[in-house]
Design a protein around this ligand. Structure first.
Ligand SMILES: N[C@@H](CCC(=O)N[C@@H](CS)C(=O)NCC(=O)O)C(=O)O
Length: 224
């Protein structure tokens, strides 16, 4: 995938309505799904790229949880769960009708036991595991379920990518990158086609543009 480095600055003009502020981290799958939904809703935000090891105080003041993404709305309301950021954006505007394709069961499985298997697969020693075989096999169950669901249709709810596809694929991307050779050897052609399509999309390219980390006092960056 082509990586761009792009930084656009704009100073606040008090006569214009202020945009919501998104605290984000480029490589975080939760932040990726939030950025994908913001793009689909055509909702511009001020993006503050965060270093997880040095989080800006303004972000911690907004949400003491200290996780990204965090969206701070013009009226001060704070949305600090990625799924809620997706909902907020799509309630503002949903030209592709993503809200018709929410699959709560699959997303909960993804964010629950699959995310845990993914973490264990990536970092077995952090979890006192002898090797990554167990979590990898567990994660594979989720991949197989998605592959089955994609048989005969391009995306999880039909021919267009929707809420569930975008909520889930950043995590499948991470899983696929732990051992690319092993992933390539899997006979999950529907899942591979689905993932490749989403990763190669122009929208994902925009979602993955690199921004310099933001700290209090820095100029603001528009996204997209
Ligand atoms: N449930 C949260 C999870 C967000 C999350 O855990 N994000 C990670 C980065 S991928 C994070 O910010 N971790 C805090 C840290 O590493 O300090 C959501 O969906 O927004």
């Amino acid at each position: 995938m082509k990586l761009l480095f792009q930084t656009r600055y704009s100073s606040y003009n008090k006569s214009m309505p202020e945009r919501p502020i998104l605290y984000s981290f480029r490589r975080c799958p939760y932040a990726m799904r939030a950025r994908m939904a913001l793009l689909a809703s055509e909702q511009a935000v001020t993006l503050r790229e965060v270093l997880l090891r040095d989080k800006p105080q303004a972000m911690l003041d907004a949400s003491e949880k200290g996780t990204v993404p965090v969206l701070v709305l013009d009226d001060g309301v704070v949305v600090d769960e990625s799924i809620d950021v997706m909902h907020w954006a799509l309630k503002e505007s949903d030209p592709e009708n993503w809200l018709a394709s929410i699959d709560t069961t699959l997303i909960e499985a993804n964010d629950g036991w699959f995310k845990q298997a993914l973490d264990h697969y990536k970092y077995p020693s952090r979890y006192d595991l002898e090797d990554a075989q167990g979590p990898r096999a567990k994660g594979l169950e989720h991949l197989k379920e998605i592959d089955d669901r994609l048989s005969g249709q391009r995306f999880l709810a039909g021919d267009q990518a929707g809420f569930a596809d975008n909520a889930i694929f950043p995590f499948i991307r991470q899983f696929s990158m732990v051992d690319e050779k092993w992933f390539a050897s899997l006979e999950l052609s529907n899942l591979k086609r689905w993932l490749a399509g989403l990763l190669e999309s122009e929208r994902f390219e925009t979602a993955m543009v690199k921004y310099a980390p933001w700290q209090d006092g820095d100029a603001e960056t528009l996204f997209p």
